[in-house]
Design a protein around this ligand. Structure first.
Ligand SMILES: Nc1nc2c(ncn2[C@@H]2O[C@H](COP(=O)(O)OP(=O)(O)O)[C@@H](O)[C@H]2O)c(=O)[nH]1
Ligand SMILES: [Mg+2]
Length: 243
């Protein structure tokens, strides 16, 4: 049976998390949706709030970082038999009610990896330095992958079962750029769909000035790895699931 697994990496998101969980649809095109929260060593009530709102929780006792949490989410989604996995931030900046839009191209076999793109949709409240930073890092990915990307740092993404299985995140700090380099170079088909984005009202961003210092070397390291496209059968494991 087909299944969609939505996972949310969360660190101290007790206020925003329930707002996101309430907006996740119970089913998409008749396919049931299961929700998983990866609690990355939160010191607030993130895990409790997640359970109370019907999510399954996997918790790291110590804070390990967003890259580690997303890696765990991909692994858990695969292990829970996801036909399609969806990642969405727990801070209520991304529109959980638009999850069907990122899932649809995968169900239709038009893509294996889908971003909800803020820059194709609408943006409310993004600071100028974040706007510039997003464009610089997205441009870098366009150059390295020799293709157009609009929003390389989106916190809302969907994965086919095969993409979920083969995705590698080479560092624990974040995932945004290295994951895209990894999957696109392996031959997975990327597509972007427009979404609405609104900057968080509570909690705070993990991004600091050292983001550049952490992310640039990781992008370089991922880029230097000898990755080749996977044989077509390995990219289409979902055939048996999508039927
Ligand atoms: N796993 C993990 N997740 C984090 C950490 N810091 C933030 N997050 C989560 O990652 C998502 C995006 O983080 P955020 O700080 O909003 O990044 P921004 O939107 O790029 O400013 C949210 O769901 C956060 O709860 C962390 O240290 N570890
Ligand atoms: Mg955020």
């Amino acid at each position: 049976m087909k299944k969609i697994v939505v996972f949310l990496p969360a660190h101290n998101e007790e206020t925003s998390l329930p707002l996101v969980l309430k907006r996740i649809p119970d089913e998409i095109n008749g396919i049931p949706v299961e929700t998983i929260v990866i609690d990355d060593g939160s010191t607030d009530a993130t895990s409790t709030v997640a359970t109370l709102n019907g999510a399954q929780v996997y918790r790291f006792e110590q804070n390990r970082g967003l890259g580690a949490a997303v890696r765990e989410g991909l692994y858990r989604a695969y292990d829970h038999d996801a036909t399609v996995a969806v990642m969405i931030d727990a801070d209520n900046e991304y529109p959980a009610d638009q999850i069907p839009d990122v899932v649809r191209p995968i169900l239709a076999n038009d893509a294996d990896y889908v971003f909800g793109s803020r820059f194709l949709g609408t943006i409310d409240g993004m600071r100028l330095y974040r706007y510039i930073g997003n464009h610089v890092f997205t441009w870098l990915q366009c150059v390295l992958l020799k293709r157009k990307i609009h929003d390389g740092q989106s916190g809302m993404r969907a994965f086919s079962r095969a993409a979920c299985k083969h995705a590698e995140i080479i560092h624990d700090y974040n995932y945004a750029q290295v994951l895209t380099l990894n999957l696109v170079r392996k031959g997975f088909r990327l597509k972007e769909v427009p979404i609405r984005y609104r900057v968080r009202e509570s909690g705070k961003s993990f991004i600091r000035l050292n983001y550049i210092q952490r992310v640039v070397p990781a992008i370089y390291k991922e880029w230097r790895r000898p990755i080749v496209a996977l044989p077509i059968e390995e990219r289409f494991e979902r055939k048996e699931h999508l039927g």
